[in-house]
Ligand binder design. Sequence first.
Ligand code: APR
Length: 231
Amino acid sequence: MTNRNPRLVVSTGAGISAESGISTFRDAGGLWEQYPVMDVASADGFARNPALIHRFYNERRHALGTVRPNRAHEILRELEEHFDVYVITQNVDDLHERAGSTKVLHLHGELMKMRAVDDPGFIRPFRDYDDTSSVDTVVEGHHMRPHIVFFQEAVPMFEPATEIAAEADIFVIIGTSLAVYPAAALVQYVRKGTPIYYIDPHPSRVPDGVTVIRATATEGMAELARILLKE
Ligand code: APR
């Protein structure tokens, strides 16, 4: 009988990357105050003006190259020494991977990848190509688009995410307003009686039975690590 480490499933949103200098979406001054979301992040917007969407994600990809994971990302990686950690993120940045987390599932896609417009399974990392895409970007005969789940598009990774959440021994939500579905429904797949923590300085839509740690991601993760490692 292997002594399986307890499974720690962590659902992260834009708030965990805020202290790395990446702006969230719905805080004051957030991304959706600066850009019309349906123009830069929806299927209709991509059909209407793909060049604008390529430019929007090129800007975010280039900005990502100038920031680093913060202490919250690093603590998550360090917890892998004691727990079987699964990160399920709504974020499209690669900060969890750059911090060294080994199991990361992106619900809303990945800034550092592009995919074929005509084949969602044809995915390529930007690092092997110029890190800027346009409507003229063609790889192996395929016109390419950002590997991002736009609003009005399906979230194919949600089902695998629910299967991971259903096996959680501890579930943690960090830095998300829980405003967007189906991601916000993930907590409903956690088994009854499983301890759930929610780390956020301004928690909203707090699900029932959740222990709130009202703090930033870096402070909250330090607090959570103390709680989990004392048990
Ligand atoms: N530490 C932790 N949480 C923070 C911090 C911080 N330093 N700063 C802000 N937050 C919290 C806010 O209080 C808020 O609850 O992060 C959350 C950010 O919420 P949103 O901006 O709505 O981001 P998110 O929940 O990740 O958005 C979900 O919406 O537009 C789509 O696809 C996009 O993945 C995104 C999804």
